[in-house]
Design a binder for this molecule. Structure first.
Ligand SMILES: *Cc1c(COP(=O)(O)O)cnc(C)c1O
Length: 383
């Protein structure tokens, strides 16, 4: 291998997760696959075509560069929607290529119309509404003017959708705030129909809302984390498992991350391992060097704490995680050889390293741990 580690993406796990999610939302609601953050670290170029093969035809990304990467990786046309950043000079590109983009203020709507007029082509926009998160979105005060401008320019814009995003649907603590947002959303949406503007899709739900707020499904859901086989929070997992009386997690993790042993080394009792004095051998040890470190997204806070799998057994990370290397204790594992597979994340035999154990030890959200996996680790699709 040229690279010191690689990531596997499981097609059968994705199929399982999509089936499960479809069973939650029913057959008539559209599904937008959220692939921002390099498909939550899974790799846009690998994930998007795989999802398309499994029937997905709507993708949500954060930015123009992600939209470009998505389009060039797909073999047939699909809806691509930029939920976040697009700069003014790229509006022309988006309109020409039927890329849907979020409009979150009046000014952006006016810029869009200007470009659409010049191009003589309708812009496909999504109006994002401010309902209480106080991030992006058109607020109530601005809405009458936005509607006026839309009415006057119907031949230049197509309203693909009207959306909002909840400020923390994954925690019951935010329940009142989320409900309040949903009420505000519904009130604002009515103003469109009164003005005879018909958005094609009303959409508000992320993964957590798909489980916890069924009323929020509307015409389309925007699902990220759950399609990758992870729950938005332990709370949402508990809520689903308890209310459906199931014992086995219906989701399957898609990602695995693997490397190989670079070399083995005997260390005598009392010697220190690696930089500094954070690990002193309590007895004679056999350690293995693994060519992965924090530059590859393996957090330094996992020093002396992380676990990996070798020969279907758990091995502890010992010493400080370096930029490109880490040491693991393989003393208790028989028959270890250089080039043996090392599982950093995923399964080997009966053992498994979960994203959760990984992210809890390094105080990262599962979302954060995944999206920090660098772009240049190769990703491969497996069955
Ligand atoms: C990230 C994101 C989602 C998906 O969230 P998940 O919790 O991963 O399902 C949906 N909508 C918006 C606007 C987002 O930014």
């Amino acid at each position: 291998m040229i690279h010191s580690s690689y990531i596997e993406i499981s097609k059968s796990a994705l199929q399982n997760n999509l089936n499960f999610l479809k069973s939650l939302i029913g057959p008539s609601i559209k599904f937008s696959s959220v692939i921002k953050g390099n498909a939550y670290g899974h790799g846009i170029e690998q994930f998007a075509p795989l999802a398309q093969e499994l029937g997905i035809n709507h993708f949500s990304v954060f930015s123009t560069d992600e939209a470009l990467r998505t389009i060039s990786s797909l073999s047939s046309p699909a809806n691509v929607m930029i939920m976040g950043y697009i700069d003014k000079p790229e509006l022309e590109w988006a309109i020409l290529n039927d890329v849907i983009f979020y409009v979150f203020e009046l000014n952006r709507l006016q810029e869009t119309i200007k470009v659409a007029k010049l191009l003589k082509k309708k812009a496909k926009i999504n109006l994002d509404l401010e309902t209480g998160m106080n991030r992006l979105g058109i607020n109530a005060a601005e809405l009458p003017q936005v509607i006026e401008v839309l009415q006057a320019n119907q031949e230049h814009v197509q309203v693909h959708g009207v959306s909002t995003h909840f400020a923390g649907a994954e925690s019951y603590q935010n329940h009142d705030r989320v409900m309040q947002q949903f009420n505000v959303y519904n009130t604002l949406v009515q103003k469109f129909s009164k003005a005879s503007i018909k958005p094609e899709l009303k959409h508000t739900a992320c993964s957590a809302a798909v489980v916890a707020y069924p009323d929020s499904h509307m015409d389309m859901v925007r699902v990220g984390i759950m399609q990758y086989g992870l729950w938005p929070s332990p709370e949402i997992y508990q809520q689903y498992m308890t209310s459906h009386e199931v014992k086995k997690d219906p989701l399957q993790r898609i990602i695995s991350w693997k490397s190989r042993i670079m070399t083995l080394k005997h260390v005598a009792k009392g010697e220190y391992v690696g930089y500094g004095t954070s690990y002193q051998a309590p007895s004679d040890l056999l350690l293995a060097v693994v060519p992965v470190g924090y530059a590859w997204g393996y957090s330094r806070s996992l020093s002396n704490q992380g676990h990996v799998l070798v020969r279907e057994q758990v091995a502890n990370v010992i010493g400080i995680i370096n930029m490109n290397l880490m040491m693991i204790d393989v003393t208790a594992i028989p028959d270890v050889h250089p080039e043996d597979e090392v599982v950093l994340l995923g399964k080997q035999g009966k053992e498994s390293i979960t994203v959760r154990s990984f992210s809890e030890l390094s105080s990262q959200l599962n979302y954060e741990m995944l999206t920090r996996l660098p772009l240049n680790i190769p990703r491969v699709v497996v069955y």
